[in-house]
Design a protein around this ligand. Structure first.
Ligand code: PLP
Length: 475
């Protein structure tokens, strides 16, 4: 037997208050916990309890063990990686998702899970100003969405017979090649590992001074591969690269893909949310010609982890790549009912559409655009602070969205290793403060610091404080 609904209610009310207080006070925590590796495990019993424990005892351990080991992604000072937000409507959506425990593998196993996913992904399509003809589905992460897109690209030519015969030990199969910029996310390489394409067959094309894939280099790479008997398969363009948020020239890449008959996947895991801002859409020009696109609402669309949306204009191909229906999963609804299990690897599917639907409704298209605009304005303001300072500080890449790459070079210093270690020290000092958490990356040989704004609680005061800490740490 489960615990009683009365017991649920008693604890849920308490936890609702606990969450409200957490959201109110999250800025008072240190963003990064001060624990060393293994410290949390050491506090936990090695084996599960033989006898039942009370929820009071278990919940007490949230404050005692869980909180001291948490990095606070919902903290206004979380400026590392791609900062995100578990917004109030998203959190409430997660509560209902857990309670309903719907499994959207088939339409029949929960019609609302399927149909809400169809509707909310189509809402996003409209919110993003994309034309008709896109099929949307929700996955857990962009890494999986991109892997699915490349699985579809691989299946586009059924004559290759990969679905049936696989790739191993086949002398008749040319090497299938995938192209992306040198700044593309590692999930492209991981997809190639997973799909049996092999890391060697991901071609990292050189980029220009603004870190954008160079179309003429792409054409050259494709032609060189064809000359060697390789088979170009897909291009992944990135709109918002992980390190510096550059946007590849999608329009020109799309023209190449069309000419060369290649699948074009656009990785807009982070940057894609900016499509909600009409005046930012020109950045993504050419997107309508892509075969697939990934955007992560769990990055910059205020939706709690995890929620990634894969769009494709080729759902039949995606379905061919993944559909396999054993007898026990056959249903009688026919074509009127979509079974999402046919479009991906997993059978069981979480009801992620609910939280996304609640976020979109609670903020509205205008509210979402306003929030993203505000984040971009904060990033511009922060970049301006860095530029205006001079004294060795510089912004190291264009700032098309809400992420700023910058660094400090001590007077007269030219050695890149020294500059890197100086900036690593700045980062460590700033992060030790507990008030903010920033991260770093490399732009070519340059080690740079990164401030990424994606949390709804981050304000100009947060960034002023971050800047003060950075300046202090540099001296
Ligand atoms: N693509 C880009 C451009 C990213 O920046 C990231 C993560 O930061 C990913 C893909 C991977 O996202 P996920 O964690 O959802 O797999």
């Amino acid at each position: 037997m489960d615990l009683s609904s009365e017991e649920y209610a008693r604890h849920a009310h308490r936890l609702a208050d606990w969450i409200a207080a957490y959201l109110r006070d999250v800025g008072d925590y240190d963003v990064l916990p001060s624990v060393h590796p293994g410290a949390i495990r050491a506090q936990l019993p090695k084996s599960p309890p033989a006898a039942a424990e009370s929820l009071d005892d278990i919940i007490a351990d949230i404050d005692r063990i869980v909180m001291p080991g948490a990095t606070h992604w919902n903290h206004p000072g979380f400026l590392a990686y791609f900062a995100n937000t578990a917004s109030v409507p998203g959190i409430l959506g997660e509560m209902i998702t857990a309670a309903l425990n719907l499994n959207g593998m088939l339409w029949r196993t929960s019609p609302v899970a399927t149909e809400l996913e169809q509707v909310v992904t189509d809402w996003l399509r409209q919110l993003f100003g994309m034309g008709e003809g896109w099929f949307g589905m929700i996955t857990d992460t962009a890494s999986v969405s991109t892997m699915y897109a490349l699985a579809a690209a691989r299946e586009r030519d059924p004559a290759l017979g990969i679905r049936q015969r696989g790739m191993a030990g086949r002398g008749d199969l040319p090497r299938l090649r995938v192209y992306c910029s040198e700044h593309a996310h590692s999930s492209v390489d991981k997809a190639a590992m997973t799909l049996g394409l092999g890391l060697e067959n991901v071609v990292h094309v050189a980029s220009d001074d603004a870190f954008r894939l160079r179309p003429e280099m792409l054409t050259r790479a494709i032609h060189a591969d064809r000359a060697q008997g390789f088979r170009p398969m897909a291009v992944v363009a990135t709109a918002g690269t992980t390190s510096m948020t550059s946007v590849d020239p999608i329009e020109e890449i799309a023209a190449i893909c069309q000419r060369e008959s290649l699948w074009l996947h656009v990785d807009a895991a982070y940057g894609g949310s900016a499509l909600a801002v009409p005046e930012m859409r020109p950045l993504f020009s050419g997107l309508g010609r892509a075969d697939s696109l990934v955007v992560n609402p769990h990055k910059w669309l205020f939706t709690p982890m995890d929620c990634s949306v894969l769009f494709t204009r080729q759902p039949k191909v995606l379905r061919r790549a993944f559909s396999l229906v054993p007898e026990y999963l056959t249903t009688t609804e026919g074509d009127d009912a979509l079974n999402y299990m046919d479009y991906g690897l997993q059978l069981g599917r979480r009801f992620r559409a609910l939280k996304l639907w609640m976020v979109v409704r609670a903020f509205g298209a205008d509210g979402i655009a306003e929030r993203i605009r505000a984040h971009c304005a904060l990033a511009q303001r922060f970049a301006e602070l860095v530029r205006a300072e001079g004294e060795g500080w510089s912004v190291c890449a264009p700032v098309p969205f809400s992420t700023v790459c910058f660094r400090h070079v001590p007077a007269g210093e030219t050695d890149e290793d020294e500059i890197a270690s100086h900036n690593a020290t700045i980062m460590a000092r700033v992060n030790e403060s507990g008030e903010v958490f920033i991260s770093h990356t490399k732009l070519g040989e340059q080690y740079v610091l990164r401030v990424a704004i994606g949390n709804l609680r981050t304000t100009s005061a947060t960034l002023d404080r971050a800047w003060e800490l950075l300046r202090q740490a540099a001296h």
